[in-house]
Design a protein around this ligand. Structure first.
Ligand code: SAH
Length: 332
């Protein structure tokens, strides 16, 4: 049975389902869900993320992590956590920088990866061979930590299921007369909420009893509109067309993150953050080291995209939650 047939059966039996339940089935159904069966970030995959575009991204985040470790007092034991590590590329770039520039930080670090997808977990195991890594299926499954901690998450929140409301009424997914999946309410003035967010943030705020820095990078803004989107092979498609076969996400509401994280939270544009961390300098170094003009051109293009003022540079925001009393993290 296809996921579309399965969802159609559920709706015929129970009536229209919420968009959150629809997303949950599409992304996380144990056999047919998108993240259970697919490798979305491979070459020719459905979407491409900043760490997959250039190693400069992970490398400057590596420098950011080392700076946080120092601001935490250079602890001999500490934890480095990543939520939704994808293929493991970001973590691999971060660890290489740590090994080279802060071997003491590297030596004392226990790595925790939170990953729901068995396919991506396997990719991470291959990418991170030789490092001290523990895997957890979800944030709820993380053990209570008692050491200083640095957390990274790139494009994690956007994958979480959302609900939509039109004038206070919830927009649902139903089956139309022709048997196709359809939304129940016309797309008027839509607002969105991410029902799992407040609870996950409470858990993350208490992730360790010791001080911590947590960095969240994602696309979105304050407030919401209709931002539910589906991507297949790097092109937008209809969220209802091929459930389980396309990536489904929504923009992250940074006002909701602010409300949940409280006072010790701030965010800025990705471009501003990366400029302050010296991303263009690192990009120029990589271009100088390129072996062919084509490779040089590719680095230039991808790095420019990540900080483009009318593209990823402003669409993506970088938010940080950190324990009261710690020094302001680099880039903010
Ligand atoms: N950070 C990576 C991948 C982003 S895609 C990058 O920048 O390339 C989203 C990632 O979050 C994937 O690894 C996906 O499997 C994981 N993920 C999505 N929902 C999750 C959930 N509820 N719990 C844990 N991991 C999840």
């Amino acid at each position: 049975m296809s996921l579309k047939e399965h969802i159609t059966d559920i709706i015929r039996a129970e009536g229209p389902i919420s968009i959150a339940r629809y997303m949950d089935l599409c992304l996380y159904h144990p056999q047919l869900g998108y993240y259970m069966t697919r490798q979305p970030m491979a070459a020719g995959g459905d979407f491409i993320t900043a760490p997959e575009m250039t190693q400069a991204f992970g490398e400057v985040l590596g420098a950011w992590v080392i700076d946080c470790w120092q601001k935490l007092g250079s602890p001999t034991e500490w934890a480095l956590v990543e939520l939704g590590p994808g293929r493991g590329t970001l973590m691999s770039d971060v660890l290489r920088v740590m090994q080279r520039h802060a071997p003491q930080a590297y030596a004392g670090c226990k790595i925790h990866l939170v990953e729901i997808s068995p396919v991506l977990k396997q990719a991470q195991q291959e990418m991170l061979q030789g490092h001290a890594v523990a895997w957890h299926q979800g944030i709820e499954a993380l053990p209570q930590l008692e050491v200083p901690l640095v957390l990274l998450a790139n494009e994690f929140w956007d994958a979480l299921p959302i609900q939509q409301f039109v004038d206070g009424e919830e927009r649902m997914v139903t089956v139309d007369a022709g048997g196709a999946l359809a939304f129940t309410l016309p797309a008027g003035h839509i607002t969105e909420t991410c029902p799992a967010l407040p609870c996950l943030v409470q858990r993350l705020k208490a992730i360790t009893t010791a001080p911590c820095y947590q960095l969240y990078i994602d696309y979105g803004a304050e407030g919401t509109a209709d931002t539910l989107q589906a991507m297949r092979q790097q092109k937008f498609t209809s969220p209802l067309e091929a459930p389980g076969e396309v990536d489904l996400t929504a923009h992250v509401n940074f006002a909701a993150l602010k409300a949940a994280f409280g006072d010790n939270w701030g965010y800025i544009d990705q471009a501003g953050f990366l400029f302050r961390l010296g991303f263009p300098v690192r990009a120029a170094r990589l271009m100088d080291a390129a072996k062919t003009p084509q490779e040089r051109e590719k680095i230039a293009l991808n790095c420019a995209k990540i900080i483009a003022p009318d593209g990823m540079g402003s669409l993506f925001k970088v938010g940080c939650f950190y324990t009261q009393g710690l020094a302001t993290p680099a880039g903010f």
